[in-house]
Design a protein around this ligand. Structure first.
Ligand code: SAM
Length: 242
């Protein structure tokens, strides 16, 4: 039953159809921009598997509405609370370093928008799983909402201090830390499987992306992979509030 005052507010079939057509046109434009972005990443030497995964994840659905139009520019974007969704090339580089493959169990520290988790979820497939930890309540909800509407069921967003890792689901084949730590947190090394890899930015204002390897016998080695800029890891094994 439509109330008197609502009469005239109901959308006509023509209006509904018009909206659907606009949505479809907009989605097609986003897809074209995403393809251009991914082609650009190919020239940087990103491998086919990661490129395919990035082609499948709609980054415009992981940013705030007013930033959707710039979602396919290769830059970090504001997601509120002084945090950012990382630049696509950084997501690609970290995924490459981690050599992600079907069936792996991954821990991400710093869910933010959930975008990087979605790209990793594409790479580990339905037989794998991504656990992503976020310390800020509002971003936990933001990431969960974004992952739900885009249909990623192999990602679990947890609300906690990720600098202590997540013992409940440990050990992990791969760990990806998307905020900069003063040094590699000990619990994360402990929760990495023998044969596992971790990518983590280390440093204060000057940070280096670091690849941590744990060999089959449990020996740990670290290699730096160049300078980066990330927001700080805040927590027990991270920085105190700045
Ligand atoms: N991966 C995210 C994405 O795809 O949108 C971007 C992450 S953003 C660069 C870094 C995130 O790390 C922020 O959301 C921040 O709140 C979070 N963070 C910082 N310290 C943390 C901690 N101890 N545990 C969990 N998350 C933390």
């Amino acid at each position: 039953m439509i109330a008197e005052e609502d009469l005239g507010k109901e959308k006509t079939e023509a209006e509904k159809k018009g909206e659907e057509e606009t949505d479809e046109k907009e989605e097609a434009e986003f897809e074209a921009r995403r393809r251009m972005l991914v082609e650009g990443l190919e020239t940087l030497g990103v491998g086919k598997k990661v490129l395919r995964a990035m082609l499948r994840v709609p980054r415009h659905r992981f940013v705030q509405d007013d930033l959707r139009k710039v979602a396919y520019i290769d830059t970090p974007l504001d997601i509120g609370l002084d945090q950012t969704i990382s630049a696509p090339h950084m997501v690609a580089v970290m995924c490459e370093l981690l050599e992600l493959s079907e069936g792996q169990k991954v821990l991400e520290v710093g869910a933010g928008s959930g975008y990087n988790a979605a790209v990793m979820a594409e790479l580990v497939g339905k037989s794998g799983h991504v656990y992503t930890v976020e310390r800020l309540d509002a971003l936990v909800n933001f990431a969960r909402g974004n992952l739900k509407k885009t249909g990623y069921e192999n990602v679990t967003v947890l609300h906690d201090d990720g600098s202590i890792g997540c013992l409940k689901y440990a050990p992990y084949d791969r760990i990806s830390v998307t905020c900069a730590a003063p040094k590699v947190p000990k619990p994360l090394i402990e929760q990495l499987k023998p044969g596992g890899l971790m990518a983590i930015p280390v440093g204060d204002y000057f940070q280096e992306l670091t690849l941590v390897k744990k060999d089959k016998r449990g020996r740990v080695t670290k290699k730096t992979k160049g300078g980066v800029v990330f927001v700080p890891l805040i927590g027990k094994y991270g920085f105190r509030h700045r």
